[in-house]
Design a protein around this ligand. Structure first.
Ligand SMILES: [Zn+2]
Length: 306
């Protein structure tokens, strides 16, 4: 009898400080994993390829999924497909991520933003299981979001940039915001660095009873409300370092109901907001596991040969 290798996937989550790579099929089946520091594109992608290409006994890589920081080129007809687009990380502007991986491994590769990956992961294994449409928002060093709609993430002109939606200036708040493009957008006033700049100390050192958390909750509630009104998700999953402040989530829920002011009059929000605005179940692994879903989809329907 001929023994055949078990087919598994490669998953890559690319971030500003590190790339996390794994091979396996899900949270309960992680065959191998490595964390690679984000340095130059050549060095980092080289290390990613080396990890993925490693021979492992009894298993064989069938496809790879990559979920990474953006902006990224997602149009399969464009030359920028598989590349990082113009970004503040100058060295990574224009960096080709998919083609070197595809050339070396010769398997289908799926590709999306880290936050689109995160909602795919949460929908498969986490806090949005079986929920569609669903929204994921990370509130950390930046703010970003991904939405699952009819089973797919949204690719449009580019991809959603939910962290940069405008929010009103709240009465008595003189803080101008820190977004280099907009100043006072959601990320500009409510990301971790924005909170730190507002109070002049790191987020971890802000006491849980500081009134700044009420302001933070209110700004997040405006951002979330706008996205909920536009996309009508059946659940919103919140992740990222800022949400680790335990007293923040109940404040966000209250402020969210208050900002909507009864307009979306459904029991999910009016009576069950605790089940509607929830914390990520996969935490920092959401994007990585989402990359597995991207790999699986790429195997089923390859987008483009690389
Ligand atoms: Zn902005």
């Amino acid at each position: 009898m001929r023994l055949t290798n078990r087919l598994i996937y490669g998953a890559v989550e690319g971030g500003g400080t590190k790339f996390v790579c794994m091979v396996g099929t899900g949270p309960a089946d992680v065959v191998d994993e490595v964390t690679i520091p984000t340095t130059s594109p050549t060095e980092t992608i080289g290390a990613v390829i080396e990890f993925l290409a490693r021979k492992r006994s009894g298993v064989e890589l069938a496809a790879v999924g990559v979920a990474t920081f953006g902006p990224i080129g997602l149009d399969p007809e464009s030359d920028t497909y598989g590349c990082v687009l113009k970004t503040t990380k100058v060295e990574w502007s224009g960096a080709r991520i998919l083609s070197p991986i595809g050339r070396r491994l010769g398997v289908p590769i799926g590709w999306d933003t880290d936050v689109n990956g995160a909602i795919l992961g949460e929908a498969r294994w986490g806090a949005a299981r079986g929920v569609d449409p669903a929204l994921y928002l990370t509130i950390g060093t930046g703010i970003g979001g991904g939405a699952l709609v009819n089973g797919s993430t949204i690719h449009g002109l580019l991809h959603p940039e939910m962290g940069h939606v405008p929010v009103p200036v709240l009465p008595g708040d003189p803080f101008p915001g820190i977004c280099s493009f907009h100043g006072h957008c959601l990320e500009g006033v409510a990301s971790g660095p924005a909170l730190a700049a507002r109070l002049g100390r790191p987020v971890e050192e802000i006491p849980s009873d500081d009134p700044a958390w009420d302001l933070e909750a209110r700004y997040l509630a405006y951002g979330i409300s706008g996205l909920v009104l536009a996309l009508s998700p059946k659940r919103v999953v919140l992740g990222g370092g800022v949400m680790k402040q335990a007293r923040l989530l109940p404040k966000v829920r209250r402020a969210f109901v208050d900002v909507l002011n009864g307009y979306v009059d459904v029991p999910d929000i009016v009576e069950h907001v605790d089940d509607y605005l929830v914390l990520s179940a996969l935490d920092q692994r959401a994007g990585l596991y989402g990359a597995l879903v991207l790999a699986e989809r790429a195997l089923a329907a390859p987008k483009r040969g690389l």
